[in-house]
Write a protein that binds this ligand. Structure first.
Ligand code: ATP
Length: 519
């Protein structure tokens, strides 16, 4: 199946089963906004809980807050977002389509990279076990030519984008003969800057109003509360402050389902450290965050790091964790070394000291910061797209299954009476009433068992329990595994521990798979 078709299938599956709906649908929708349905909000809450548990509750030196979306407008002036939170945009005059100039250039590089990868694959096929990839990359003339091209474009991107030289960016696009993916034409407008913040007005009397911004990131709510948390929590450096919340960006091109929206949710953590220790902690958090992803059991090959060429105005190093979405590898999470930029800016704009007294060094300083920032909606798409399969069962039969990591599944278990009579529904409800304290349970008595199993497969429920006549005799049930479809007869008294073993966060977070140390 083509990957783009795969995205279409995922979107329709998500709608059909109540995961994600287009927003305001009965009014023909609103571009790039989506609503999470009854199962989507469960999955989303479980992703949040997985993050919060591992980033906050399991670490003694990280605490969480929940700051307001509206903040004093001076904060956005100080943080640089009023003046520098821009994307360079360019329009194609023929298709009238708008693009981010830096994205066009990144995609150009990606195409050359694909050529290199193809040459490597050919080499591997030809030389088999004798193939030396490193040597090949250093000597093959095609690869060398393509790599030189990439290096050249990256250098020119650094020179132009890094200095906000918009004419330079335009010239680069023209020189590289980049064409519009829709019209195929190279008829471009100039490159312009576009501020991504939404604004609104505070106050009811026109003229008296002051401009407010909907926050474009949750991080600033953390910075301005740095001292409140440090003092009230008696926090010692190094320590982190985390939060989950909505962010808003007036994206130039918002598309690709929930990947890029104008209203979305972030899970961010700012880790405050001694100046000079940023390299060590940057590497530490890169590793920790990658481990958090890998612990979910999604294929390792779906993730990669991508170091930034164009650094944001606040960063001295930045890397993305990219995920292999149905649209290809794209940013899922950012890890940024933000220096002391933000706290210093807030000091300057408020005249208030935002410093820490380090008892070991016996001095005051403005801490440096490492940030980890992940989009909850992108994580939702990563989990959903990697779990969705149309499985061939042989004999022309297929089943749609969401093999979600069990701890994230909306329902952990479905309880079903074999028939609607003979006291089986009552027994099933009795079992469910016992399980529902620990697990989110679904009850289903409609249609044939086969159909009911398929329905649970399609929404990712790891276990289904069938209550039959034998249950009434000896208090046993069959428990069916979503992935293997195998059924086993077990005692009702064992259910709780069987289910807990597989669906609890403990299995993911106990470090069995990879190390998530609480440091
Ligand atoms: P991109 O380059 O894709 O626009 P970004 O580098 O601007 O992303 P950050 O400012 O680093 O993103 O934001 C942190 C995280 O927030 C991203 O890794 C992403 O997961 C998420 N995010 C950012 N913008 C959006 C959006 N418009 N819709 C959904 N998630 C987003």
């Amino acid at each position: 199946m083509q990957k783009e078709d795969n995205l279409k299938d995922i979107i329709s599956h998500a709608k059909e089963y109540g995961f994600v709906f287009p927003s305001s649908e009965i009014y023909d929708g609103l571009a790039a906004t989506y609503d999470y349905g009854q199962l989507g909000s469960e999955l989303k809450n479980n992703i949040k809980a997985y993050w919060w548990k591992s980033m906050v509750q399991m670490r003694e030196n990280v605490v969480g807050i929940d700051s307001a979306i509206f903040m004093h407008p001076g904060i956005w002036k100080a943080s640089g977002h009023v003046d520098a939170f821009n994307d360079p945009l360019i329009d194609n005059k023929d298709s009238k389509k708008r693009y981010r100039a830096d994205v066009l250039l990144e995609e150009f590089i990606e195409k050359i990279q694909v050529k290199i990868n193809k040459d490597v694959a050919k080499g591997l096929k030809r030389f088999g076990d004798n193939f030396n990839k490193e040597e090949f990359l250093k000597t093959n003339p095609n690869v060398l030519r393509n790599q030189a091209k990439i290096d050249d474009v990256e250098n020119r991107m650094r020179e132009t984008l890094g200095k906000n030289d918009l004419e330079g960016v335009y010239n680069l696009i023209v020189d590289l003969e980049i064409a519009c993916p829709v019209s195929g034409s190279k008829n471009w407008t100039e490159v312009r800057q576009f501020n991504l913040m939404f604004s609104t007005e505070l106050g009811s009397i026109a003229g008296d109003a002051s401009t407010l911004y909907l926050r474009p990131e949750t991080a600033q709510g953390i910075f301005v509360n740095f001292l409140n948390v440090q003092k009230s929590g008696r926090m010692k450096i190094p320590f982190g402050i985390a939060q989950i919340g909505k962010a808003f960006r007036n994206e130039i091109v918002a598309r690709q389902f929930i990947f890029r929206m104008r209203e979305f949710e972030q899970m961010e953590m700012q880790f405050f450290i001694r100046p000079g220790e940023q390299e060590k902690w940057y590497e530490y958090w890169k590793e920790q965050r990658m481990n958090w992803h890998l612990a979910l059991g999604i294929s390792d090959e779906s993730y990669r790091f991508h170091d930034h060429i164009k650094l944001a105005h606040y960063a001295d190093a930045a890397s993305d964790i990219e995920f292999d979405f149905p649209m290809g590898f794209k940013e899922l999470e950012g890890i940024h070394s933000r220096t002391d930029f933000d706290l210093k800016q807030h000091e300057e704009h408020t005249g208030k000291k935002l410093q820490y007294f380090d008892p070991e060094l016996n001095k005051n300083y403005v801490p440096y910061v490492i940030e980890t920032s992940i989009g909850l909606d992108r994580m939702f798409l990563a989990v959903l797209s990697s779990s969705f399969k149309n499985e061939d069962l042989g004999d022309g039969k297929t089943r749609a299954v969401l093999s979600l990591p069990a701890a994230l599944a909306p329902y952990k278990v479905a309880v079903m009476p074999l028939t609607k009579k003979d006291g089986l529904p009552e027994k099933a409800r009795e079992i469910m009433d016992n399980l529902k304290f620990d697990f989110n349970c679904a009850y289903d008595e409609k249609d044939s068992p086969g159909k009911r199993y398929r329905r649970q497969d399609a929404i990712g429920t790891p276990y289904s329990i069938m209550v039959d006549h034998e249950t009434l005799e000896n208090n046993t049930v069959t428990i069916r595994d979503r992935d293997t479809m195998e059924q086993e007869r077990v005692a009702i008294s064992e259910l709780n521990s069987i289910i807990a073993k597989r669906v609890s966060f403990k299995a993911l977070l106990s470090g069995e798979a990879v190390s998530l140390q609480s440091n």
